[in-house]
Ligand binder design. Structure first.
Ligand code: NAD
Length: 456
């Protein structure tokens, strides 16, 4: 069926008003949860075929987070849907003010390959909770997971409510020509620009969850071995193919050697001395990606790792010492198991460092000094981050997740997803019991009263 025809069916379904009730939305969220439960085995198999992720990673970063997000949303949805009564100023005497939570209508969700289940279903939870119907376009680079998603979603939901459209960028662009009511895109900055441009044609509101270079800063008073362990974990998760992976490290010069030694130890402790031979160490998505990563290593000072296994599409954890900012490795998002390390001598210096790659999606700061932690949180611009750890801020439904500037527009997770997928519609209910005449041009004392009310 033509995409435009399916979209028309969605609109009919939406306008019939079924998605407006709490009961309906909860029922659909429960169906989504049952769908995941029922198909767990197939989900593990598909993600493994696409990316070679271990069971532990799939549970932690793909499935487990979905169950907790679903439970959190189902528990709170009634409260979030409630029409809010807000204050009314004295200039509007007699009136009452409300905020209604209006679904957008039919939304388009476009997702990337790196967490193919999580990054498709988490926005979908928000879309359903908000009372929308949805199209989902998963990535062409995870064919097994995308096919499975299409299959199980078609089995669970009516096509006119949730539709999975498979395909590559041509299909994505075909979808972007249609007049959706909202677009939620997760992917690269380059494609984010295309999405925003296409959305501007019909003035469609967007959320853009993009990438960028996220720094990890290790200050002189950090607990070095704990920092090294948490950084190694954050970097090796999904073999570095994580939007909020620490992209590069800025280390205080006084602890640099200790940090590198500790990091080498931790990098070898998770998967042994040859991680690329370990079955639980995630694959790189495709050969071009491996080629790009290998090219980034050209002429760099490799102090650890650097080896790649072409046949199995894997690369050992790799450390680069002091690359300059004009090197390709410092110019683009790495998205692989390579960590460049630069040093600094004063904390203020990191502002200039980060300025080279503005608006990071995430930032990690390791220090035992609370004042310095506050300084970093207050003075540096980034989407979100963690003090004394990596990645963990993404795993709570109580924190909005999103970028700033080049790393993204908007946020989601928990309540923020509900907010993203609904319009806060203001309604002022005016009284007819009386009519204050001072606003009318023929009011004798209108100007005087207004001066008083506006305190002029
Ligand atoms: P991508 O931008 O290449 O692709 C994302 C989606 O867009 C895919 O579904 C793809 O089919 C579609 N697409 C690709 N080219 C297109 C085009 N020209 N026109 C229209 N649609 C097109 O991203 P990717 O390689 O799948 O994912 C990696 C990127 O995503 C990284 O930059 C990473 O940082 C970012 N990312 C961000 C988050 C986040 O939450 N902020 C999460 C994961 C990944």
């Amino acid at each position: 069926m033509e995409l435009s025809t399916i979209l028309r069916d969605h609109r009919v379904m939406y306008r019939a008003g079924k998605t407006m009730t709490h009961t309906y939305r909860i029922h659909q969220l429960q169906k989504l949860k049952d769908m995941l439960n029922r198909n767990e085995k197939r989900i593990y198999q598909a993600i493994k075929k696409d990316l070679g992720k271990s069971d532990y990673e799939i549970l932690m970063t793909e499935l487990g987070v979905l169950y907790s997000e679903l439970d959190h949303v189902m528990r709170n949805l009634k409260e979030w849907m409630r029409t809010e009564r807000v204050k009314t100023p004295t200039t509007h005497k007699g009136a009452k003010s409300y905020i209604y939570k209006q679904p957008y209508g039919t939304v388009l969700i476009i997702s990337p390959w790196n967490y193919p289940l999580n990054l498709s279903i988490t926005p979908l939870i928000g879309a359903i909770a908000g009372g929308n119907t949805a199209f989902l376009k998963p990535s062409e680079f995870t064919p097994y997971t995308s096919e499975l998603l299409a299959d199980i979603i078609a089995d669970t939901f009516e096509e006119k409510y949730i539709t999975v459209v498979q395909g590559g960028k041509e299909v994505s662009q075909e979808l972007l020509e249609l007049e959706f009511d909202y677009i939620f895109f997760t992917g690269s900055q380059k494609v984010g620009q295309i999405v925003m441009e296409k959305a501007s044609k019909h003035l469609i509101p967007v959320t853009l969850e993009l990438g960028g270079k996220s720094p990890v800063i290790i200050d002189e008073d950090a607990k070095i071995s704990l920092a090294a362990k948490r950084i190694a974990w954050g970097k090796l998760l999904n073999a570095g193919q994580t939007c909020i992976a620490p992209d590069y490290a800025l280390v205080h010069e006084s602890v640099k050697n200790d940090f590198i030694q500790a990091l080498k130890k931790e990098l070898s402790s998770f998967y042994g001395n040859q991680p690329m031979e370990h079955p639980n160490y995630t694959k790189l998505i495709h050969e071009d990606h491996l080629n790009r990563l290998e090219k980034l290593l050209d002429n760099e000072n490799i102090i650890f790792g650097g080896e790649a296994d072409r046949e199995n599409r894997k690369m050992n954890p790799t450390l680069i010492d002091e690359p300059s900012w004009d090197r390709p490795i410092m110019q683009e998002e790495i998205f692989g198991p390579i960590l460049p390390i630069r040093s600094f001598s004063h904390l203020e210096q990191i502002v200039d460092e980060i300025e080279h790659s503005r608006n990071p999606l995430a930032l990690y700061y390791f220090s035992e000094n609370e004042q310095k932690q506050q300084w970093v949180a207050n003075n540096i611009s980034f989407g979100g981050g963690t003090i004394n750890d990596t990645i963990m801020h993404i795993g709570t439904p109580h924190l909005p997740f999103g970028g700033i500037g080049a790393s993204g527009i908007g946020a989601y997770h928990g309540y923020e997803s509900f907010r993203t997928f609904t319009h806060r519609k203001s309604v002022l209910k005016q009284t007819t019991a009386f009519d204050l005449s001072f606003r009318y041009p023929n009011s004798k004392f209108g100007e005087q009263i207004m001066r008083k009310l506006f305190k002029k």
